[in-house]
Design a protein around this ligand. Sequence first.
Ligand code: GLY
Length: 348
Amino acid sequence: MIQPPELYFNATAQSYLNNLNERLSFSKLFVLTDTNTSTKCLPALKELLGHSDFIEIICEAGELHKNIKTCSAIWSTLTEHRADRNALLVLLGGGVLTDMGAFAASCYKRGIRFLNIPTTLLAMVDASTGSKTGIDFEGLKNHIGLFSSPVATLIDQQFLKTLDQRNLKSGVAEMFKHGLIYNREHWKSLKEQHLNPEILIADSVAIKIDIVNQDPTERGLRKILNFGHTLGHAIETHFLETPQPLLHGEAIALGMILEAYLSHTCGSLAKEELDEITTTLCTFYELPALSDADRKSIVPLLQHDKKNAANTVQFVGLKQIGEALYDVLYSAEAIDDGFDYYNGITCR
Ligand code: GLY
């Protein structure tokens, strides 16, 4: 059974760190950072940890390094410093780092404890809760991984100050998604507050946790969290190989527009709601046009989606804003029409 992690926000997250050793009594403390969080976020963490000694493990930042080679380097450092089963690994970073660090911790000596300290909005509202861990493999996102929970997730919004506007907006995509699939009010609040999404973080996390608690290992309901991700992941993978990679949230925003279109043409989503979704996302994000060559590369990547079963590509559809369906199938023609719709959007 996957245990949901304890969750602490801001002042309570800070006091958790002030008393870390009393709380968790570890043998050795390791902090996994990347080349960004090592300079931008570690000084604040050091202050919160006070006198606790730790060994920093720095990895390269970015999706290109979310792989077995980086895990191998993490395991080598843990081994070199004789980390035993009672060691604690603190993960200080965005979704790439927390997914990968959690995977590395869960495999080392069959699992050591880890603590998530998300430093990006994306990681705060999505990656650092829900107990998914993983790395990319042979070009496929999160292809190798397991469910494993941190001892706690500490959300300290002071780290959002280290983000540029593009990265902050990337995180808002997952918040928009939570509203679209589960809570119309959250969607509406975000539309009003999108320049100040920080005030809605706890609400967004609560939506995710409510869904995950009903289906921790994604047998059914949890699949709705993948709205926009079936096409979005394929789009993200495709653009990763180009000179203009998209941020995760940007690819998911594009995926949500396409999947909202499919929910309208092949399902019950009303035209006015499709228009509302498209206009909101298109004006909030700078999204690229998709050429024929892009489409040709994106469509085959759908075959690798983790939700697939029996050679079909399974999507999440919207019944209406605030309510989603899973295991929905769309024809290749409908998907192609979706790309035409997207390229014809004028608000972009
Ligand atoms: N990011 C989707 C999930 O946690 O299920």
